[in-house]
Design a binder for this molecule. Structure first.
Ligand SMILES: [Cu+2]
Length: 358
């Protein structure tokens, strides 16, 4: 069955039940050669907004729970979509061609992130997600058609925020807005970056079952100030971490695995010894809560008395973790990221960046 190439490709599909948005963005497709932080240059396909410039990853999108969100997308070259990974809107707005359509002209995606309720594991969309094209997905996502999607919580009267701080979810712990970072591991198989839009869709063997990356990257940076990344790759070279207690709230690190290989990450001291300075607070957009007692509110694990402190994280493709960084003293720590072969588990590459605690 020629499944993938038989997707319904619509020019200008109508957004049903269209509402007035509280947050909106206009996105276009671009294709450009970009230089990465190891000096290598690859053709990248990604998204740009009116003021984002042409960069990898695409612009960071950041709606708040409860807002009607619109993303108007004009792919321009060939059909593409935007899939809101983990958000689960209705099929027309979820950007998966198999369940709706691909876009040839322009479409306005519409959805609303559900507001959270303190102590309730069944409500609330706040957290870390990403968006990506879902046309010839394995190729288009590798080409760079993805970006970070962060949903901020509504502010609940029982959980106010102090100036300069925010919460990751409605009753989550406050963090410092100024030092919040995102880390997006990614890797490049140069062979894939020479392919065309529809490679492999007509039954030919394009070799998309073989992902053999040769370059390994840590994309991302400070979320409060991405700066002008036009024409270059947004790369993370160090992570700040506030020491608490202190004048500032702790630093939140959001991590999205945007590559196809498993990643393992180790928080260490300067000498490489494990350092349990990462508190897991959420995974794939869902807070870690203590739900052991049915029928009563479910506090966060930290509020229940057992903060989930760790020195190591393991990721499959597309997995996300939110961690609070809690270095006990000022100084330098490290984050070591390993890319593993998905069959043998062999470590294919390692990159280490400093965590600067102050
Ligand atoms: Cu695409």
């Amino acid at each position: 069955m020629d499944f993938s190439s038989e997707q319904l490709d619509l020019e200008n599909p109508v957004t049903e039940f269209r509402q007035t948005p509280q947050r909106s963005v206009v996105l276009e497709f671009f294709s450009r050669d970009l230089v990465f932080d190891d000096g290598a240059e690859f053709e990248v396909w990604s998204f740009e907004s009116e003021d984002s410039g042409r960069s990898l990853p695409g612009p960071t999108l950041r709606p708040t729970e409860g807002e009607i969100f619109h993303a108007t997308f004009t792919p321009a070259k060939g059909a593409h979509t935007i899939h809101w990974h983990g958000m689960e809107p209705d099929p027309r707005n979820d950007g998966v061609g198999h369940t709706s359509f691909e876009i040839g002209g322009t479409y306005t995606y519409q959805w609303q992130a559900e507001p959270g309720r303190p102590g309730d594991p069944n409500y609330g969309a706040a957290g870390t997600y990403f968006y990506h094209c879902h046309v010839n997905t394995v190729l288009h996502a590798q080409m760079g058609m993805f970006g970070a999607l962060v949903v901020d919580p509504v502010v609940h009267p029982s959980y106010p925020v102090t100036p300069g701080a925010r919460r990751p979810f409605v009753d989550g712990p406050e963090y410092d807005i100024a030092t919040e970072c995102i880390l997006i591991p990614y890797s490049v198989d140069p062979r894939w970056h020479e392919m065309n839009h529809a490679a492999g869709l007509s039954g030919e063997d394009a070799g998309l079952n073989r992902f053999e990356p040769e370059h390994f990257y840590l994309l991302g940076g400070n979320l409060a100030n991405r700066g002008n990344t036009d024409d270059r790759v947004w790369s993370l070279s160090s992570i700040p971490a506030n020491v608490v207690p202190g004048a500032r709230k702790p630093t939140l690190l959001r991590i999205v695995n945007a590559n196809y290989l498993p990643n393992r990450m180790y928080f260490t001291d300067q000498a490489g010894n494990p350092a349990r300075i990462a508190e897991l607070i959420a995974h794939d957009g869902r807070p870690f809560r203590d739900t052991s007692v049915p029928g009563v509110p479910s506090p966060t694990c930290a509020a229940a008395g057992y903060p989930l402190l760790t020195s190591v994280l393991a990721f499959g493709a597309a997995e996300r973790y939110d961690v609070m960084l809690l270095p006990p003293t000022p100084g330098r720590y490290q984050l070591r990221v390993e890319w593993e072969d998905w069959i043998t588990g062999e470590i294919l590459a390692t990159r280490t960046i400093p965590i600067i605690a102050s």
